[in-house]
Design a protein around this ligand. Structure first.
Ligand SMILES: Cc1ncc(COP(=O)(O)O)c(C=O)c1O
Length: 458
């Protein structure tokens, strides 16, 4: 079937005569009927992308949830869906240090809107390396790292996945392993570049903590050289992280199977309020000499969600030709970047760079991070104690044991839907809540809604 069907003479005539004001009522009704028929037929014949070629895709569940929340007119509605920080009045929060950096940039007479280089703003990428690897990282000193500015964390995951799809060869089946559950976009990003994936167990429904044995066993059994995607901290969606001892054991197994670690870090500093603590796992792996890659996002820790500031880092292992290896890798990454986005967007990276490269602003940023993570921790404590005070059936220690933006409440899909219906509380179907959506005004309301739904559905 041709992609474009030419209009028939009768269609052309119908289109022009139907706009004429001099036609009689009978003429115009038969014409409009004919127009209806022809417009009904024409689009069907005029596309190469019918439903068998391009089936209707479902709406993104998270963005769909946001839209449903916006439509809800109930005054008590609570949004615990999207992972974006909110202040105690449920409002988006511009970090004070970001406001300052914005002011500095706007007053800079030399600022222009020229293209950035393909790899992005050099001051930003070098500061990002130091942030994620530590200022005194031997990998940086030995020039074993290459970094490209990306379209936030999503772009960094994508660039890494694309690079691996093109250049990473394994002796047997090439596989990517994600935690079960994981950030839903991992599946789409890696499969879009043609990589096969499986999952490793991660969350124990019983303890609402880490299923460490399941995780380590599956990673051990995976084909040698598998790509293991790891959340550096504040695991999304569970809020459950391995302990430092567990990370050491994970590193041992990954080394023994010659797997390739791929770290996704979207919450450094946002999780605990301490940049070094949240960056510990990555720094440990690099210290152990792993070759790995890192996708870094500045959406949450700078509140630069829509500005799309992120960075992709490739770190190679120490060796006499590491610098030459990294130069080759950097050259190929630059080609991939050029063909995908040409060069990254400037504004968000300039904001982050202004802060990261100024010791005084950096210290203010750390204080802002402590404020966000501190408020979230307070909400965890408040929610847990309210549930325990009411004697809500079940255990609730996981609310304070989990860390970061999200908590995996343990509520079932049925309970999630009921709580939306009855109390206008919006959360994802897997029972995940964004802790940042809770505040001193709504935490009790939410706790009562949970208590009610748990009792009613026991
Ligand atoms: C685990 C994880 N990776 C990556 C991202 C990327 O986010 P962004 O593209 O907004 O930086 C997110 C955001 O929710 C995330 O949770």
């Amino acid at each position: 079937m041709p992609a474009v069907m030419p209009k028939s003479p009768s269609q052309t005539t119908l289109a022009s005569s139907s706009s004429s004001s001099s036609s009689s009522p009978t003429q115009s009704s038969s014409q409009s009927r004919l127009t209806q028929i022809s417009t009904h037929i024409a689009p069907m014949a005029a596309t190469a992308f019918d439903a068998s070629a391009v089936p209707q895709a479902p709406e993104d569940p998270l963005f769909g949830l946001m839209a449903a929340y916006r439509r809800d007119t109930d005054s008590n509605k609570v949004d615990l869906g999207i992972g974006a920080y909110r202040d105690n009045n449920a409002k988006p929060w511009i970090l004070p240090v970001v406001k300052k950096a914005d002011e500095i940039l706007r007053n800079d007479p030399d600022l222009n809107h020229e293209y950035l280089p393909i790899a992005g703003l050099a001051d930003f990428t070098s500061a990002s390396q130091k942030l994620v690897l530590g200022g005194d990282s031997p990998a940086i000193k030995e020039k074993r790292v290459t970094s490209l500015q990306t379209i936030s964390g999503t772009g960094a995951v994508h660039l890494g996945a694309l690079f691996l799809a093109k250049f990473y060869k394994t002796k047997t089946e090439r596989l990517v392993l994600f935690s079960d559950p994981t950030w839903a976009n991992h599946f789409q990003i890696f499969s879009n570049v043609g990589l096969q994936y499986k999952t490793y167990p991660y969350f124990s429904k019983k303890t609402k903590g880490l299923d460490f044995d399941g995780m380590i066993g599956t990673i051990r059994d995976a084909p040698e050289g598998s790509i293991i995607v790891l959340h550096a901290c504040a695991h999304n969606p569970t809020g459950v992280d391995p302990t430092q001892d567990q990370w050491k054991k994970i590193a041992e197994v990954i080394r023994s199977k010659k797997h390739f670690p791929f770290f996704d870090t979207a919450y450094q500093g946002f999780a605990s309020g301490d940049l070094a603590r949240d960056g510990w796992a990555i720094r440990y792996f690099v210290e152990q000499g792993f070759e790995l890659c890192i996708a870094q996002s500045y959406a949450k820790n700078f509140g630069l969600y829509g500005e799309r500031a992120g960075c992709f880092h490739f770190v190679t292992s120490p060796s006499s030709d590491a610098e030459e290896t990294i130069k080759r890798i950097a050259s190929q990454l630059a080609i991939l970047q050029r063909s995908e986005i040409s060069n990254p967007p400037a504004y968000g990276a300039r904001i982050a760079s202004t802060v990261l490269n100024d010791p005084k602003l950096f210290a203010e940023w750390e204080a802002n991070l402590r404020e966000m993570s501190g408020r979230i921790k307070e909400m965890r404590t408040a929610l847990r104690s309210k549930l325990e005070e009411m004697g809500t059936p079940g255990t609730w220690n996981h609310i304070t044991d989990q860390i970061g933006m999200f908590s995996f409440t343990g509520l079932t899909e049925q309970q999630v839907l009921k709580i939306r219906e009855d109390a206008h509380v919006y959360m994802t179907k897997n029972g995940r809540i964004s802790m940042a959506g809770l505040n001193t005004h709504n935490v009790e309301y939410f706790a009562k809604a949970v208590d009610k739904v748990v009792r009613e559905t026991q």
